[in-house]
Design a binder for this molecule. Structure first.
Ligand SMILES: Nc1ncnc2c1ncn2[C@@H]1O[C@H](COP(=O)(O)OP(=O)(O)O)[C@@H](O)[C@H]1O
Ligand SMILES: [Mg+2]
Length: 251
């Protein structure tokens, strides 16, 4: 059970721009989660990681964010903020105070944190919900607040762990379009974990496919398609189908 709200600790962090994961092995007692994973994320690049449940995707993000250390191999990354698999908003805080939480953790005053968060509310479709508590927000709105909190951490790298996994199918598609727009306006080096191959192809520059546990990279797909992309585009569907076949799912 992870209680991480938002983390900005450094991994093996030197002054590198992108993320470089090399030969990483991670075990939990006698469970081998990752068995020699190598991948990179160039500055400004969006890399999606797709793989079956339990193959070590969340573990990989925690390694990149410096919350875990590898048993073998190396992780090089600048400071990275994690948007955990559950939105992890604090129920007693308003949307704007949740959004500014990373700034508060880093020493900003409440007023400073609110001043930094507020200008984003309109662009995030959250206008007039600054004072709302998480329980008063829709699932999609909560995810946007959680994403804004991750963004406001101000780190060069974003690690997003199945950000839309808990949303209904329609909201998920809307949120994917929204995230594509947000990253186009404000590009960030992003590692996006998802179990949705369409989402991976719509959003990412490259898609890394992991095997079942212990996770290893089985294939990396380059998504050289113009943006904005629609999941119904034949070229998107062709790549998504290939990803599913590689993962052993009949498409
Ligand atoms: N803190 C932990 N302690 C023990 N086992 C863990 C821990 N975190 C993950 N695992 C195990 O490692 C494997 C990979 O987990 P995880 O990275 O959460 O997979 P995914 O996100 O791909 O579903 C699973 O078998 C999980 O039970
Ligand atoms: Mg996970």
């Amino acid at each position: 059970m992870h209680v991480t709200v938002v983390e900005t600790r450094h991994a093996t962090h030197t002054a590198v721009d992108g993320v470089a994961v090399s030969g990483v092995v991670k075990r939990f007692a006698d469970v081998e989660a990752l068995a020699g994973v190598t991948l990179s994320v160039a500055p400004g690049e969006v890399v999606a990681v797709v793989g079956p449940s339990g193959c070590g995707k969340s573990t990989l993000l925690e390694l990149v964010c410096g919350l875990l250390a590898p048993d073998a191999g190396t992780v090089k990354a600048p400071a990275a903020a994690l948007m955990p698999q559950r939105d992890a908003l604090l129920p007693w805080l308003s949307a704007e105070d949740n959004a500014g939480l990373a700034l508060r953790v880093n020493g900003a005053s409440k007023a400073q944190a609110r001043a930094a968060a507020r200008p984003y509310f309109a662009a995030f479709g959250l206008e007039d919900f600054e004072q709302a508590r998480p329980a008063e927000l829709s699932g999609g709105m909560r995810q946007r607040v959680a994403f804004l909190r991750t963004l406001l951490a101000g780190t060069p790298v974003l690690c997003l762990d199945e950000p839309f996994g808990a949303l209904d199918a329609l909201t998920r598609v809307q949120m994917q379009e929204w995230l594509a727009g947000a990253l186009a306006r404000e590009p960030r080096t992003t590692l996006l974990v998802t179990h949705d191959v369409d989402e991976a192809v719509v959003l990412a520059d490259r898609v890394v496919l992991l095997s079942a546990r212990p996770g290893r990279v089985v294939e990396t797909l380059d998504v050289a398609l113009p943006r904005p992309r629609r999941r119904t585009d034949p070229a998107v569907q062709a790549l998504a189908g290939r990803a599913l076949r590689t993962l052993g799912v009949q498409a």
